[in-house]
Design a protein. Structure first.
Length: 201
């Protein structure tokens, strides 16, 4: 498709598929915002290192800006590959970052904007791990009333993802004016978007 702003690449979790509910939902959001989408199939690949290699190889022919989206183990894979791929931004859902079997990320290696979404009732990846990650990298953090799969609040995740993508396109070092009819709904998404835009790239 002509005129694409870039490509959003989705990395699914350990026991998930490239056709998961979250990937399908967020793919629609990405395409509405003018992005192409790609979802590598990691099924049958148990090694995190091999998954990272597959992600990097899958992005070799990607044109334009690159945005990575990862869920659970896919969050680790996306974040680990981001520096190599010179990623514009990373959107993480319940990322498995600090598990003992995963090699530690290189210290302070992430230099792009990224946002984390995690559920209060996640019994697979501790919420505290995402809070730690957000604190270490000053990332935007959204906590929602859901479990590890986050299916109960897909509509909210789509909302966060849309504003994350919009924030990546906001001009830096320039005045941004938010206009519209007065009302209680405008400030929250506007400030979330400006906060995401203010993160390092």
């Amino acid at each position: 498709m002509d005129g694409m702003r870039g490509t959003v690449v989705f990395s699914h979790g350990k026991d998930s598929t490239p056709y998961s509910r979250k990937i399908i939902a967020l793919s629609d959001t990405a395409q509405r915002e003018g992005y192409d989408v790609l979802a590598p199939d990691y099924r049958g690949i148990d090694s995190p290192k091999a998954r990272i290699t597959k992600l990097v190889d899958s992005c070799k022919d990607v044109k334009g800006d690159l945005v990575l989206v990862g869920s659970s183990l896919g969050g680790y894979v996306s974040l680990a590959a981001a520096p190599t791929l010179h990623t514009l931004g990373v959107f993480l859902m319940a990322p498995a970052i600090y598990f003992d079997e995963l090699p530690p990320l290189r210290d302070r290696s992430i230099d792009c904007s990224f946002t984390i979404v995690h559920g209060w009732r996640d019994d697979v990846v501790p919420l505290e791990d995402s809070l730690r990650l957000a604190r270490e990298y000053h990332a935007t953090m959204h906590i929602i009333d859901s479990d590890h799969l986050l299916h109960s609040h897909l509509w909210m995740i789509r909302f966060y993802f849309e504003h994350f993508l919009i924030g990546l396109d906001l001009p830096r070092d320039q005045l941004v004016v938010v206009t519209g009819l007065p009302g209680p709904a405008k400030p929250s998404p506007a400030f979330d978007t400006l906060d995401a835009a203010g993160q390092p790239r």
